[in-house]
Each structure stands twice: as C-alpha cells, then as structure tokens.
Design a protein around this ligand. Structure first.
Ligand code: SAH
Length: 250
C-alpha cells in the first residue's frame, strides 16, 4: 500500500528550543519535508533536522518569496506524494499566521492533519519580563489583535472604538508599523494617555529588548529607539508590573 502523507501544523514557540513542545520536537524528527519562514527565529531554524527537505516559504527583505496559495499547494502536493510534511510556524499555529486557513484547505483535500499547539508570543513574551496579561488587580480580560490595520480605516475588522473603552489588557501583534496611529486613535477615543505600554522586540531570544512608556510617549520612544518587528505590544495596567529582570528561561 502507498504510504499515506500527512501535514503537521506546528507551533515552534516564541524563539528558543527550550520553549518548543515535546510533540513539536517529535514531529520535527520524523518530518520528511519542512516548510518554514523566518518567524521561528535563528535558534530554531539553525537546528532543523538534516534529514528533512527544507523549503523556505517566508518573506525576504519585504518581498514575498511565496504567496499563501502557493504554500498551501506545496503542502498538498508533498502530502499527496505520501510524505510527512511539517509547516513550522512561530508561536502557536492558530494565532494569526493563517493556520486556520491551511487546516481548511487540507481538509478540503482530504489530507490528514495534526495541529501541534505552541507557546504563543502574545502571552510568553510579556511574561518574560514579568507582565501577566491578566491580574485580578488590573485586568480580568485580554484582547489579542493584529496591528497591521490602520485603525482610522473605514470598515476595519477590529472594533477599535470598543477597544478604546474596554478595561482589559490589549496585546497587539504585528503592530510596530502602526504603533503611532494606534496610540493616537485609542487616546482620541477616550483611553487615558498615561496608560502604561510595553513594546518587547525579539522576545525570548538572545537580543530581546524592551521599550516601556505610556500611550502618549510610546510612539516617540519607539521611533527614537528604531523599534523593529517582531515585537509584542502590551497596553494596560499590567504593564506596571514590568521588571527588566527576565523571569522565563531562554
Ligand atoms: N503565531 C504567532 C504569531 C504570528 S503573527 C504566535 O503565536 O506568536 C507574527 C507576530 O507575532 C510578529 O509580528 C510579532 O508581533 C509576534 N511575535 C512572534 N514571535 C515573537 C517574538 N519572539 N518576539 C516578539 N514578537 C513576536
């Protein structure tokens, strides 16, 4: 009988090998093909198993090397050849990064799929500097959103007006480019300019860096310090618990 191919949508965690799950390591060890992009980071990418065929499906220097459709077609064709295919993704495969769409396409083609959850940057990166996304004293709810949309855009997929009035923690991924617009929008819609904000670049990697300010000061600080993606932005009272001491092992 022909060997049956399968696709594993694997979360690599925020960056270090120590925060990859045991299942992710197991699946990587048996993978025949690994489709990856740059988000998992240097430490993980430099340890991809030698025996597997490795395909970079990420973005280089801002231009797409491969479009999403093409990535999905690649997964399908490798799996149909009977191969064990890993699609390696930073953090958790179902938090942004289009894992949900990939699952739908694979199901539509009757390809066996396993999801390997990962430690998401949205929670682990703030944790690395002592910021819990919830805390009884500061926030009993947390909203995780993508910042790659200009909040002033009409018909935004995000309810920015609600967010500006919500009392929970706001965690923004992919928000570096629009940080100034987001901060302004939230203040214009009623959020206190003194609300603490943390921007954590390359969290849980050797060159992690934090920029701490308020809604009012953070755009200027980020500019001054040339903040770059990947970074997690945290807005809310929990940021007052920030400590420069790292409390998650890297
Ligand atoms: N699935 C991923 C998120 C993918 S979206 C997860 O669960 O973490 C990509 C965004 O994630 C980046 O733009 C950045 O905002 C964030 N990100 C991922 N890894 C990060 C890291 N190690 N440090 C800071 N931000 C990170």
């Amino acid at each position: 009988m022909d060997k049956k191919g399968a696709v594993y949508l694997v979360g690599s965690g925020p960056g270090g090998l120590n925060l990859m799950t045991c299942r992710a390591r197991e699946v990587m060890d048996m993978a025949e093909v690994i489709l990856y992009d740059q988000l998992p980071g240097e430490e993980i990418l430099s340890c991809l198993p030698a025996h597997a065929e490795k395909v970079d499906v990420g973005k280089y220097g801002g231009h797409h090397t491969r479009e999403q459709d093409e990535i999905e077609q690649l997964m399908i064709s490798y799996a149909k050849q009977g191969r064990q295919v890993v699609r390696l993704k930073g953090g958790d495969p179902f938090l942004f990064g289009r894992g949900g769409e990939e699952l739908e396409t694979l199901r539509a083609h009757n390809i066996p799929v396993e999801i390997v959850p990962g430690v998401t940057s949205a929670i682990a990166v703030p944790a690395s500097v002592g910021i819990p996304v919830t805390h009884r004293k500061y926030a009993s709810q947390v909203t995780i959103l993508t910042g790659n949309e200009d909040p002033a855009k009409e018909e935004s997929a995000i309810d920015w007006d609600w967010l500006a009035k919500s009392r929970g923690t706001i965690v923004i991924l992919m928000g570096v480019k629009n940080l100034g617009k987001i901060a302004k929008y939230l203040m214009d819609h009623g959020m206190d300019p003194a609300t603490p904000v943390a921007v954590i670049e390359r969290g849980l990697r050797p060159d992690q860096r934090e920029t701490i300010g308020t809604l009012e000061t953070i755009p200027g600080l980020a500019k001054e310090r040339s903040v770059r993606p990947p970074a997690v932005i945290v807005i809310g009272g929990v940021v007052s618990l920030y400590s420069s001491e790292h409390v998650v092992s890297r």
